[in-house]
Structure formats: structure tokens, C-alpha cells
Design a binder for this molecule. Structure first.
Ligand code: ADP
Length: 459
């Protein structure tokens, strides 16, 4: 399967793909190998994961370059992604030692209750292309720390980052059958196999809501554990009392990181009427100065969209919004850096019912709507089937508490434009997903509680 550089269409490399029979065999081998992996001490698993972390950091530059070549993001962002990916391995190398169970005061004399946390078993994961390194470690590190085996199908657009991480994992001492990357150009086949395979106990998926729903349905047939990190429609609210410069700084990151191709990307900017014009003016000044170029070029800030289909979706959503009455404050067209580059764009006067406000844009297009009151902002923000990330800017402490409480989202960033960290639980509510990744809660996704009742203990 060829891997294409989205910046210029060049073939970066070709990778081996796996057939259904081969993946079935890999799952069975993983299932056989997981018992030995779970049987070593947590301290030993921790040390091996730590060695993996050290190798990722050691190979930071090479990993960043692979990431940029296959997914297009600027090298500076790819380096940050390597650090983010490594942070999950470091965190779960530490958490491996802390899968504490509990004892419960007994209900009867002569009996005791012990609750332990056991690995769920063999896991299967499907990951997207927009964070090709971090999505691999965010799933595999807690699985391995918990004593599970895991088989992962990376996105067909970005298998190289995943394979590079796997090579480093083997070097670190993770048994080969316990972590396997299986590239395939037949995602529906792999999805169905993972979800219906009798030995797979858990499915973890990051990707679109539509595919997440399909996998949930398929996984129902064998009652598998599931974690789903799906689409978002993040509101980015700027209240009249906000520090407008700080809000512009935050908006640049929340909107334009990875050329807007992020599930927590600011999808709807809601700006209170009294600061609307000032915000737009300052924002456009920054957006118009963004350097659009091949991610390997020095100083590049906006890379290409991942595929031609992705480019066309961004283009048509923008054109449709303009035809429906939105105004163009900046950009609005293809960029001459290459076929899949879109000029960073700012639209104002976007109505809440326009497609661009209801769908994930997944591109460098900011859509701005103005509002009058806090109630209106909350109503607009919550009027979506998604509930992943949300952002708001204010300097009123009462409003911080109120709005944070009322936003129906799994994550709320106040006066911040970037919220991903390995130490906090990442995940969504409503149609944005199930379960959490990162933090100590991320480890529980790969652990089962076992209740043990021991009787006959005498008085
Ligand atoms: P995106 O829009 O981010 O590419 P997708 O949900 O299409 O989101 O892709 C995320 C992952 O889901 C990729 O690894 C892709 O190969 C995989 N995928 C796509 N279609 C299916 C499917 N029918 N079954 C299982 N996985 C799928």
C-alpha cells in the first residue's frame, strides 16, 4: 500500500498490508502472549514502558519527520506531537505500578471481600491520521501497562508513524506479539474482524462518529468493552469581558493547529457583540500572516489537508456558507502551495443553522457568529449532538463557574486554547464518544474489576 505525502502527492514509502487470515492469526498470537505479559511484575512492565519512552525521545527528530511526511503537519507541530505521544508512555509506565484494588468491610463474620483490577485481555484499536503518533500511544501505553495485548490498525493514510513506534517498542523489550500494528487498505474488513472476533475483549476507536456508531453496533454481537473518541463541534466563546488579545492567541491554536484537522478544534467561534469587531480585526491580522507551506519548510504554520476529498469538503462547506449569507473576512480559496492546501479563512455572520456551524469543518476555516447574552451563548454552544471540547474566555469569576457548569461537554478550557495533556481525562459525551483516555481513568478502560469473596475464615 503506498503512503502519500499530502503536501505534494509523492509516494513516501510502501507498506505491507495484512489479510483477514493474517490478522486473525496475529490476534490469536497476541492472546497467547498476553498471559506471560500480565504475569511479569507491574514494576517490570513499567521499566519496559519507560525504555520505550526513552527511545521515542531519543528518536524525536526522525519520528517528527516521518509524521510530517505522511500527515502533512508542520515539523514544529510534529515535534510537539512526538512529545505528546511520549508523555502517554511515560505516564502509563508510572501508572502500571498503581492499578490498586480495594478491600471492603465484610457483610458477615468469617468472610472477607477483595476487589482486584485485572487486565481486560486482548484489545484491538483503530486510529486516525491526524495525530498518527499520539493516538497509538494513548491507546497502547495504558493497555500494555494494564497487562493487556493490543493489535492496532492505523489509518491507511499514516501507517509509518505507527510502524516506527512499534519498532521502538520491540527494541525496548515489549514482546512482539503483545503489541502489533497491522496496516490495511480494507478498513471495513478489519473493523468487522476486530468487533466480531471471539478473542478480542475490547475495542478502542478514534475517528468519525459515523464509523464509531458502526463499530458499536458490530461490537454488540460479542458484548465487547468499547472506548470511542469521536467527532466534535467545539464552541469557542469570547465574552465581552474577556482579554481579547488572549482570546485571539487561544483561537489561533484552537482553530489552526494541524490546519484545523483536530477533533477538538474550535469549530464555532461565538463572540459577544460588544467585542466582535475588535476580535475579528485582531484575529484576521494574525490569520493573514500565517505561513502556508510544505510542513518540512522552515517556519511553515499551515500544511496541506490530508486528502483531495478532505480539501473538497472544506472548500464546499466554505462556498456554501458564503452562498447562504456569511461574509468573507479573509481567505476563502485554494492556496498555491499545492493541490491540497487551503488558505486560512475567516468567515463572519455565520448563522447557527448553516452547515458550516453544524458539521465538523476539519480545515483552516474559522466560522464566527455573534451573540448578545450569556444565555444565548450557552444555548448556541449546547445546540449540537456533539460534546467533546469547548472553550471560553472571560475575566468574570462567577461566569467561569456558571458557564463551566452549563456547557454540556466532556472537556472545558477556560482562557486556554489547548487542553490535551496526558495527566487529564480526554473524552466526550453525547455523540462524541464513550470512555476517557489519559490520566488514571485511561488505565481503567483496560482493567476489569474482579470481586472476590473469601469465606470459611472463622471468627
Ligand atoms: P477520519 O474522517 O478522521 O478519517 P474515519 O472514521 O473515516 O475518520 O477514520 C478513522 C479510522 O477509521 C481510520 O483508521 C480508518 O481506516 C478507519 N475506518 C474507516 N472506515 C471504517 C470501517 N468501516 N470500519 C472500521 N474502521 C474504519
Amino acid at each position: 500500500m503506498p503512503v502519500l505525502n499530502p503536501a505534494n502527492g509523492d509516494v513516501v514509502a510502501s507498506v505491507r498490508t495484512y489479510s483477514e487470515t493474517e490478522i486473525d492469526e496475529i490476534i490469536r498470537k497476541a492472546d497467547a502472549a498476553r498471559h506471560d505479559w500480565a504475569a511479569v511484575t507491574a514494576k517490570e512492565r513499567s521499566a519496559i514502558l519507560r525504555a520505550w519512552f526513552d527511545l521515542i525521545i531519543l528518536h524525536r527528530e526522525e519520528l517528527a519527520e516521518i509524521c510530517t511526511r505522511e500527515c502533512g503537519k508542520p515539523l514544529a507541530e510534529a515535534r510537539t506531537e512526538v512529545d505528546y505521544a511520549a508523555s502517554f508512555v511515560e505516564w502509563y509506565s508510572e501508572e502500571a505500578k498503581r492499578a490498586y484494588g480495594e478491600t471492603i468491610p465484610s457483610f458477615a463474620v468469617g468472610k472477607s471481600i477483595v476487589v482486584t483490577k485485572e487486565p481486560v485481555g486482548t484489545c484491538a484499536a483503530i486510529t486516525p491520521w491526524n495525530f498518527p503518533l499520539a493516538m497509538i500511544t494513548r491507546k497502547s501505553a495504558p493497555a500494555l501497562a494494564a497487562g493487556c495485548a493490543i493489535v492496532i490498525k492505523p489509518s491507511e493514510a499514516t501507517p509509518l508513524s505507527a510502524l516506527a513506534l512499534e519498532a521502538l517498542a520491540v527494541k525496548a523489550g515489549i514482546p512482539t506479539d503483545v503489541l502489533r500494528i497491522v496496516p490495511s487498505d480494507d478498513a471495513p474488513m478489519v473493523g468487522k474482524l476486530f468487533c466480531t472476533h471471539p478473542t478480542v475483549r475490547k475495542i478502542s476507536f478514534t475517528g468519525s462518529t459515523a464509523i464509531g456508531k458502526l463499530l458499536l453496533e458490530q461490537a454488540g454481537s460479542t458484548v465487547k468493552r468499547v472506548s470511542m473518541e469521536l467527532g466534535g463541534n467545539a464552541p469557542f466563546i469570547v465574552f465581552g469581558d474577556a482579554d481579547v488579545d488572549a482570546a485571539v492567541d487561544g483561537a489561533m491554536i484552537a482553530k489552526f493547529r494541524n490546519a484545523g484537522q483536530s477533533c477538538i478544534g474550535a469549530n464555532r467561534m461565538l463572540v459577544q457583540r460588544d467585542v466582535h469587531d475588535l476580535f475579528v480585526e485582531k484575529f484576521v491580522a494574525r490569520v493573514s500572516a500565517l505561513k502556508v507551506a510544505n510542513g518540512l519548510e522552515e517556519g511553515a504554520q499551515i500544511g496541506p489537508l490530508i486528502t483531495d476529498t478532505a480539501f473538497k469538503k472544506v472548500e464546499s462547506l466554505t462556498d456554501l456558507a458564503l452562498s447562504q449569507g456569511a461574509s468573507l473576512a479573509w481567505g476563502g480559496s485554494h492556496h498555491n502551495a499545492g493541490a491540497q492546501f487551503y488558505t486560512p479563512t475567516v468567515l463572519t455572520g455565520v448563522a447557527p443553522d448553516m452547515d458550516i456551524a453544524r458539521q465538523e469543518i476539519f480545515g483552516p476555516v474559522a466560522s464566527i457568529t455573534s451573540f448578545q447574552s450569556e444565555d444565548e451563548a450557552l444555548r448556541l454552544a449546547n445546540d449540537t449532538r456533539y460534546g467533546l471540547a469547548s472553550y471560553f474566555y472571560t475575566r468574570d469569576i462567577g461566569r467561569v463557574a456558571r458557564v463551566m457548569r452549563e456547557l454540556e461537554y466532556g472537556m472545558v478550557a477556560v482562557n486556554e486554547g489547548l487542553l490535551g495533556t496526558e495527566v487529564a481525562p480526554f473524552g466526550g459525551i453525547k455523540e462524541s464518544g464513550l470512555g476517557r483516555e489519559g490520566s488514571r481513568h485511561g488505565m481503567d478502560e483496560y482493567l476489569e474489576l474482579k470481586y472476590g469473596l473469601i469465606g470459611g475464615l472463622g471468627t
